[in-house]
Ligand binder design. Structure first.
Ligand SMILES: [Zn+2]
Length: 174
């Protein structure tokens, strides 16, 4: 199931090889600039994030990277570091599952996640920096935000309503 998803993905084409290479190079540079080492797990995690081109769970990244390269805890730690470096941003499913997405290849955006099928669709970003500034003026430091939208997609509304939402991880649509 996993390999089928990957080989069917649009990013598996040669045309995207350049974009992939430049994203990996930029990620490498940022890691180096932060004074950190380029390790095999770190590169493999970035490659996995880039392949998915959308929000993906730690567990799924770990599956991609392979248990032989690193354990799940290492994946969590790397993602936390990448978030600090601004390489990834976090998003959530409505059940609280944390997902990660590479910031290098996409403009800032929000997601609308279907509560029934779990498919995440991108939606345009609207700035909330003024809210962050307000909080900074109140004396808060390292202010960040997470905004997620949840609903039932038109497809699920017209289909039979007996689907298990929890068992489905999101895919990127469109
Ligand atoms: Zn749906």
């Amino acid at each position: 199931m996993i390999s089928a998803t990957q080989s069917n993905h649009p990013l598996a084409t040669v045309a995207n090889a350049d974009a992939r290479e430049s994203a990996l190079t930029e990620a490498r540079n940022r890691i180096r600039r932060a004074g950190m080492r380029i390790t095999q797990p770190r590169l493999a995690i970035i490659a996995s994030l880039h392949r998915h081109d959308g929000p993906v769970s730690c567990e799924r990244i770990h599956q991609d990277v392979g248990a032989g390269v690193c354990d799940l805890v290492t994946v969590y730690r790397c993602l936390a570091v990448f978030e600090e470096l601004g390489l990834v941003r976090r998003s959530y499913l409505h059940n609280g599952t944390c997902l990660y997405e590479l910031t290098l290849t996409t403009l800032r955006h929000y997601h609308i996640v279907c509560k029934a099928c779990g498919v995440a669709e991108r939606m345009e970003y609207f700035p909330v920096e003024n809210v962050e500034r307000l909080l900074t003026e109140r004396g808060y430091t390292q202010v960040s935000h997470v905004v997620e939208f949840f609903g039932v997609c038109p497809k699920c509304q017209s289909a039979a309503p007996a689907r298990n939402a929890a068992s489905t991880l999101p895919r990127e649509r469109g």
